[in-house]
Design a binder for this molecule. Structure first.
Ligand SMILES: C[S@@+](CC[C@H](N)C(=O)[O-])C[C@H]1O[C@@H](n2cnc3c(N)ncnc32)[C@H](O)[C@@H]1O
Length: 243
């Protein structure tokens, strides 16, 4: 995955008022994401499928346990999570990479998954969905790849209804100990690693959200973390049809 990452200083977020958010030292822009995942699409499941399987299954189990049926999966990739949703969850998947989406579409056809409503090429930071379209949005191993994680969060808050939930599973920078030192060291190799060991949770969640999120390390090694954020606000009342 070398040569696909572009340096993006924290100031890149200044226009969105995000300059104070800690940013990873490198970030991908949309063109770099597409180029990277064009190369990765064919081998992604083999290279990353195994190591990330536990986190993905945890996140989908959490989605399955939450109320509501309309689910948005952002950065759906090759669709590794799709077979794990309960049949009554209706899934819309989006991704920037057409090559990854092609793999997801093949999986849906091959496995005859009937609860996948759509797989769309779309930027998760700026979708075309109406406000409050979904009960749940979930992003698995995506937050540290998108160019502007705070914009991703803002967009997910817009498209999830009040009372719904937003979930992330990701690797986040350790807060201390040997792992912090190792990850800071590894961050220098972000370009060749193709991911960001120094992606801090604070780059995604502002303090208020951080305080009310449920944060669960994903076993066995706790390398990944599941974050569940309730979407604030009062759910719209469902009008009963006239008798
Ligand atoms: C590491 S892969 C994770 C794929 C999948 N979620 C999984 O669990 O295997 C990251 C995915 O996010 C997608 N992605 C990155 N930035 C995106 C954006 N702004 N909007 C939509 N998808 C994006 C990439 O194309 C890629 O498919």
């Amino acid at each position: 995955m070398s040569n696909v990452l572009q340096d993006a200083p924290a100031e890149a977020d200044a226009s969105a008022g995000l300059a104070c958010a800690p940013a990873p030292r490198s970030a991908l822009d949309a063109a770099a994401v597409k180029a990277a995942y064009r190369r990765w699409a064919g081998v992604y499941d083999t290279v990353f499928g195994g190591v990330s399987a536990f986190g993905r299954k945890r996140a989908v189990a959490a989605v399955n346990s939450l109320p509501g049926t309309a689910v948005l999966e952002v950065g759906v990739g090759t669709g590794l999570a799709l077979p794990h949703y309960r049949a009554d969850k209706r899934i819309t998947g989006i991704d920037l990479s057409g090559d990854m989406l092609d793999r997801a579409r093949q999986r849906v056809a091959r496995m005859n998954l009937r609860n996948i409503d759509a797989l769309l090429e779309m930027d998760a930071e700026e979708t075309r969905f109406a406000d409050a379209s979904f009960d749940i949005a979930v992003a698995m191993f995506v937050a540290s790849v998108v160019p502007n994680p705070r914009r991703l969060l803002a967009e997910l808050k817009r498209v999830v209804r009040p009372g719904g939930h937003i979930l992330f599973v990701n690797h986040f920078l350790a807060t201390g100990g040997v792992r912090l030192a190792v990850e800071r060291g590894m961050a220098r190799a972000s370009h060749s690693l193709g991911w960001h060991p120094d992606f801090a949770m604070e780059a995604l969640l502002p303090p208020d959200d951080l305080a009310r999120a449920t944060i669960q390390p994903v076993p066995p090694a706790g390398l990944f973390t599941l974050v569940t954020l309730p979407r604030l606000g009062t759910p719209a009342r469902v009008e009963k049809p006239a008798a």
